[in-house]
Design a protein around this ligand. Sequence first.
Ligand SMILES: *[C@@H]1O[C@H](CO)[C@@H](O)[C@H](O)[C@H]1NC(C)=O
Ligand SMILES: *[C@@H]1O[C@H](CO)[C@@H](O)[C@H](O)[C@H]1NC(C)=O
Ligand SMILES: *[C@@H]1O[C@H](CO)[C@@H](O)[C@H](O)[C@H]1NC(C)=O
Length: 908
Amino acid sequence: MLGMSVRHANMSCKVSACLLFSITLFCSMVLMQISVGNALVPEEERALEILRERFDLPVWTGDPCSTVQWITCSSSSVVSQLNLQQRNLVGTIPAEIGEFRSTVELILSVNRLSGPLPDLLNMTVLESLELEENNLTGGIPPAIVNHGSLSMLNLSYNPLGGPIPAITGASGLTTIDLTQTQVTGSILDSFKNLRQLVNLYLGNNPQLNGSVSFLDQLYNLKSFNGSHCGFSGGLPTIQNSGGLELLDLQMNDFSGVIPDVLFAHQSLRTLYLNNNPKLSGGIPVMDLLKGLVDFMIHDCDFSGPLHDGVFAYNLQLEVIGIWNNRFTSFPTDLQALVNLREIDVHSNDIIGGLPELPSAANQTANRVLTRLTFSNNQFNGEIPSSWYKLTNLQGMNLSRNRLSGQLPEQLGDLINLETLDLSNNQFTGNVPGTIALLPKLKLLLLDNNGFTGIPRSLLDREDIKKSYANNPGIRILESNKKSGVPAGIIVGAIIGTCAIIGVLITVFIFYSRKSKRKGGDEISQADMPPSVQSFTRKQIKELTENYKTSVGKGGFGSVYYGKLADGREVAVKVRKADSKQGSAEFLNEVRLLSRLHHRNLVSLVGYCLEANQRMLVYDFMSQGTLEDHLYSKVPVSRDQSTNPEDSSRRKRLPWKTRLSIAIYAAKGLEYLHHDCNPPVIHRDVKSSNILLTRKLIAKVGDLGISKQASDKKDSDEEFNKSGVSTVIKGTFGYMDPEYFTRRRLTTKSDVYSFGMVLLEIITGKRPLTQKFPDSGAGNLREWVRNAVNADQLELVTDPELHGQYDKEVMLKVVQLALSCTHFSSLERPDMREVARSLTQALHMEGDYLDDSGISSALSKTREIVSTSREEEILEARSAHASSSSFSSTAFSYPSRSTETTGIVASQT
Ligand SMILES: *[C@@H]1O[C@H](CO)[C@@H](O)[C@H](O)[C@H]1NC(C)=O
Ligand SMILES: *[C@@H]1O[C@H](CO)[C@@H](O)[C@H](O)[C@H]1NC(C)=O
Ligand SMILES: *[C@@H]1O[C@H](CO)[C@@H](O)[C@H](O)[C@H]1NC(C)=O
């Protein structure tokens, strides 16, 4: 602070007279006086010094409140927050930590701290104690759980051991996390007085046993995780809590039937009762569980029929997992469950037909059916025709049933199918040739059926592992194309094709007339912001040369390349017609993008809204998406200025380029979170929504489900704290678990998703990857974290990088990714910090970003810190300048950096 003031003084002197200099000098002396007067209280300063020495932290000079990054001081110069998470701290927690008597948050998570928990009785205002992922031992002292001011206690992933002490005094605890702490014994009245408790996590403590009837004493419980413990007895009813959202009791020893009261929780979203082999009885119609999303009761001993209407009220259902029970029937129509993603009912005793399922067209972009496992039952009849509209399906397993009939050509419509197991059924007829055209098919099992023919083209596909043994009398069907086609057929074919086109044109004209007459779209031109250009369908047709070049495809529809009259290249996103969801997202995106402008946000050129057609026109991004580049789907390039160098785009991205793309995307999000007022939450950050220009400058796209806090009075901070409770939207794998389980939508949810993108650019693996060679890791984050802990980063970095990165920089980015994806949103950095850390990482690699992209040879004389600061200011200014129609409070920097801003501004 002093240094800055002096610098300021020097600069002013050059410009103005000595009088001014004297005044400034005087002022800085006064400032100095004030800051000395405001220094940290001596006890805390001493305790700080002890922490520094014990943990070998960097030395500071001057007032710690303004120089030590890991503390936050309150206005009365006491430490209000101490955050030393993920700093590789080794050793015990010094008793002097108790000297921080005014600290509200103490965070020492993700280190290697050992020894017993400290005595914190003197920290009388402590609200949040976060010690997870350390090596702390010696049990949980009663004083900690009985600490009067504590609201959040996280001791998870520490080998603490011993029983959970009784909580006797009045307690304000709202969250207790004791996941994997090796606590033992049964819980009787430990939690009796926790009237405020909302979240209780006790999972992965196999030595916890006895009943969970204590849950009935909790009046505000929303989430309980008691999975992988030794709990037994009957299931709890949790009848005193009105707002239960998550109940995870999997892998225990519960017995008996499901109590009616448990199925009366209207807010319950996630229910895991699986792997409790003594749970029995039937499943009633779940008419009260209206919010249920995940329903997992597999590997129990449930039985009886599942009535036709059993899921009729659970319209939010995404996952039905009931395998390995003894159910005898299954509903025949599930078409109303448009959010379904996965059904697994294998190994029951189900007799009857397969259910009708919602077609892909009726599903929303992010929740689509990908996996169906109905094997090992007694299903009969044919595959329902609605199944051939499940174009997102990746796996279908129908083996070991009594299914019959012929497979239709439409099987070829399941273009995403990877595995198809139809073995051990009674299918007949020819295997349709369209199967051979399925681009992603890897495994096809047809054994033990009555198939009579299999196409040669299928047998020729060497990338498909297939077997069709035990189909008596099956013949190979040669394709007739092979032996040259007689001219007559060609002529016939041409005439035929013309006829078909004629019919299509007629149908099209008829249809478009009809839809014009109807004219009843739920959004109209009047809803659209006037500041955005409107195109007619005719104009779109011209500028795309009649939809000549498709440059992308997704759940929403297709994207086409186009060129405006002035030569500007555009991408036209044609949304699928007639889905309500689509209209809402369309309108949302146009409204947001008409007001938000930033160089790292895709820019909307215009839209077309005519009859049932909804199209968005964006600036063309010739290099496709980050996803394309990471997983070598080479984007179709319509880039006219193709030069020989461009063949390099077929190579995977080098590390520095990945880093620069991450920085751009982070800046786009930073703008949404920090510079927009109220802030905008993107909600669907993923590698396929990060688009790239020819120079590989990244822009964040698809704001279809983004959300702006409606209450303009909400400050950034309040918005973060309270969150917005809405229907869950987003993409599985990138979705913030806290948002998912607690429905707390904040800007930190985007930070989580962005962290997953960082993990992708580091590892080259997709977020939903589940198999990791030579590792017991269950998910991508865990895999990376284990590697960091074992100091074997090279095992998880993308092999395509060929080790070409600075190890220190990589570690920094990995740690950033891990903190972004921390389970608790409180632990995640905000996007501004993320953008800053990434920029620093790139500086450490010796590069920086300028307007035209990444630029090597950072001038050694430029100060790294000031460079990034200047860049940020220039950026913020240009963003502000272009956001003329958007009234925002623009870029208000946090108080800590205001001074720096002032100085740079006075320089220019
Ligand atoms: C708490 O404060 C009292 C005096 O205020 C002191 O004697 C005691 O040692 C402190 N305890 C700890 C654990 O710091
Ligand atoms: C945790 O502490 C135990 C001894 O108490 C030690 O053997 C082990 O290596 C420690 N683990 C880590 C990760 O530091
Ligand atoms: C289909 O399910 C059965 C068990 O129900 C299993 O044995 C078989 O491996 C599955 N097929 C595929 C391809 O996963």
